[in-house]
Design a protein around this ligand. Structure first.
Ligand SMILES: Cc1ncc(COP(=O)(O)O)c(C=O)c1O
Length: 374
């Protein structure tokens, strides 16, 4: 990845006075705004964008999505849901949020607290199977919408299309509460066009057989281009949505898709090496704790390769063909391999605008934030 374009940001972070303690999360708001615009351009009028906020987890960036006109969101936790609603209220707008999780008894209690505290918004939850749909219809506070979660091969949540087909009458009986059909094909690797096609075909076929569902929801950042290009996902009978969230901040894993749509990494971990070798102060408590190495790219230092991290240390191997110019106290910017789990490690982010630092913001829903005393 090219440092030239990011050198002004790296220099601004390195010149911070007092010096920025590392590791630190740095977010370039100009790039965030361009990424949001790129996703809106891509979706155009054929597809509605419902960004998953598990990536950003902070009111400041949810505010930027709202300012760009986004009104539909997706979240994974009660804290993220609460944050979206509190931010929407602060902006004086109503939003539609899908809590994309098959809730049990405790989750429903949290949902009740949220609905009571932030009325006036449209909320939805996922039904895992037909029994769960019936249970939710009785237990989920009205008017929370119920979405059919379709397992398209990820085998994480939801039920396969055949299950929903076989229980079409149960779905029909709850059609007044139906929010839509949710098919997240997160198991499909980038570039597996045939796999994406198969998953999307299965979803379309299901949607055509079931009683009218208002919305057909697919796709994270890796498969969104396949979904946008799939003609049958766009049908007058429903609205097609995509739930991509990672591309708002970008990371190494979705960099190829990002380049194709005009989005770029906007979140970096600032780090410094130890004095005697290149071990950065950005271990698994600072960046991408959930993937095999390398956890990141060291911007502007192609000679360095991140090795296995321990909690506070990230040893880097130096390419034997090249030497490194990195010295003690130099600051580097790291592009996380997985930005979502990286953001989750921080309680605050340093905000920048291309070549200058502009402030600090809380990441309210990071860690295992709860609803607290609500
Ligand atoms: C259910 C669901 N929807 C949407 C997304 C967003 O996908 P991405 O992070 O690739 O943008 C995720 C990511 O994990 C997800 O689990």
């Amino acid at each position: 990845m090219d440092l030239d374009a990011r050198a002004p940001l790296r220099d601004a972070v390195a010149a911070a006075d007092p010096p920025l303690a590392t590791p630190a999360l740095v977010i370039d708001l100009d790039t965030v705004d361009r990424n949001i615009a790129a996703l809106q351009r891509l979706c155009g009028t054929r597809t509605r964008w419902r960004p998953h906020v598990k990536t950003v987890k902070q009111g400041a960036l949810i505010g930027r999505l709202l300012a760009a006109g986004v009104r539909t969101f997706k979240c994974a936790s009660a804290a993220e849901l609460a944050l979206v609603l509190a931010t929407a209220d602060a902006h004086g707008v109503a939003v539609d949020v899908l809590w994309a999780y098959p809730l049990g008894r405790v989750g429903i209690t949290e949902l009740e607290r949220v609905v009571t505290h932030w009325p006036g918004h449209t909320l939805g939850v996922l039904a895992d199977d037909a029994d769960h749909l019936m249970w939710l219809a009785q237990r989920a506070p009205s008017p929370v919408l119920l979405w059919l979660d379709v397992d398209l091969g990820m085998h994480r949540t939801g039920s396969p299309p055949e299950h929903w087909n076989a229980h079409a009458s149960v779905v029909a009986a709850r059609s007044d509460r139906l929010g839509g059909i949710h098919g997240y094909e997160g198991h499909i690797a980038a570039g597996d066009r045939a796999g994406a096609r198969q998953a999307h075909d299965a979803l379309v076929e299901l949607a055509r057989r079931l009683p009218a569902a208002p919305v057909l929801h697919t796709s994270g950042s890796v498969t969104l281009l396949d979904a946008v290009a799939h003609d049958d996902l766009h049908d007058r009978r429903w609205i097609h949505e995509i739930g991509a969230g990672t591309l708002v901040l970008g990371d190494v894993a979705c960099a190829t898709v990002g380049r194709r749509i005009g989005a770029a990494p906007a979140a970096f971990v600032a780090a410094r090496p130890t004095p005697d070798r290149i071990t950065l102060d950005a271990g698994s408590k600072a960046i991408t704790p959930d993937r095999p190495p390398p956890s990141c790219i060291v911007l502007g230092h192609a000679e360095l390769r991140a090795m296995t991290a321990s909690e506070e240390h990230l040893p880097c191997a130096i390419d034997p063909e090249r030497s490194t110019t990195l010295r003690r106290d130099d600051l580097v910017l790291l592009v996380p391999d997985h930005v979502c789990t990286t953001v989750n490690l921080y309680r605050e982010a340093v905000l920048a605008r291309t070549d200058r630092l502009v402030g600090v913001t809380a990441i309210e829903a990071s860690g295992r934030a709860t609803l607290g005393d609500l």
